[in-house]
Design a protein around this ligand. Structure first.
Ligand SMILES: [Zn+2]
Length: 249
């Protein structure tokens, strides 16, 4: 398998790599390009795939519309029409960093929301999704009210403001299964073939099995606003959030 930097260093924006495979585009779809190493996130766990560019040293460039996992590899979907780079050619892969960083902040905010809702209300998360700067999560809540979501919002903002470290680790399956916090997030549903479990921990608040990209410290998120809540059935309640402006670096 080729190097997939998004899982080990969420802050890697570019990497230079030879092209390892090219599948020409059919109809109005662009070519599919695989690299020996990439910084692109292929999507998954509610986080959309990265967009960005491939460039060659002689000045040719391609827009990467999307990326996805295919047989374990991260595949880059190019804009349709242009002649794709060729196998063996050296390219620089660069992600749209503003978009990705907004997704990292959003993803981390959603984990903080999960952590607060579990710790203070004992409610499990059942699903979620995000766009850069906004997201939603569904929880097993019997009742939900404006007062309650207001309280949740201020508790999440308090936790984010504490500047909690966000730690990414990869654990052998047996070790991960011994952690009670991970069991509650249903890692037992992971296919048996997966030997290593990647965990994302907001130290002191939340621990989950997760494949996404996150910021390194909650202070990088800034604050959130709850923009809505709704019932998705008798048990499931949905909370929508938006990020405030990024904190000054
Ligand atoms: Zn996540």
């Amino acid at each position: 398998m080729h190097a997939q930097l998004c899982y080990v260093d969420a802050y890697a924006r570019t990497v230079q790599s030879p092209v390892s495979a090219v599948e020409p585009g059919v109809d109005d779809a662009g070519a599919l390009v695989t690299l020996d190493a990439t910084v692109f996130y292929p999507g998954g766990g509610g986080q959309p795939a990265d967009r960005g560019w491939l460039r060659t040293p002689d000045g040719r460039s391609w827009t990467v519309h999307s990326a996805r996992k295919s047989s374990g590899e991260i595949v880059h979907e190019l804009e349709p029409g242009a002649d794709a780079p060729t196998v063996g050619e050296l390219v620089t892969a660069e992600i749209d960093w503003l978009r990705r960083h907004a997704l990292m902040r959003t993803h981390t905010a959603l984990h903080a929301l999960c952590g607060v809702v579990w710790r203070d209300y004992g409610a499990l998360v059942t699903g979620g999704n995000m766009e850069p700067g906004s997201g939603r999560m569904d929880f097993e809540f019997e009742r939900m009210s404006g007062e309650l979501v207001g309280e949740i919002e201020s508790r999440v903002n308090h936790e984010l403001g504490l500047g909690r470290e966000v730690r990414v680790r990869s654990l052998p399956r047996a070790e991960a299964f011994a952690i009670p916090d991970l069991i509650r997030t249903k890692i037992n549903l992971l296919p048996p073939g997966i030997e290593e479990i990647r965990t994302v921990e907001i130290v002191g608040l939340d621990l989950q099995a997760d494949g996404g990209t996150h910021v390194a410290n909650t202070s990088e998120v800034g604050g959130i606003r709850v923009t809505g809540y709704e019932s998705k059935g008798r048990i499931n309640k949905r909370i929508r959030i938006e990020l405030g402006d990024a904190p000054a670096a």
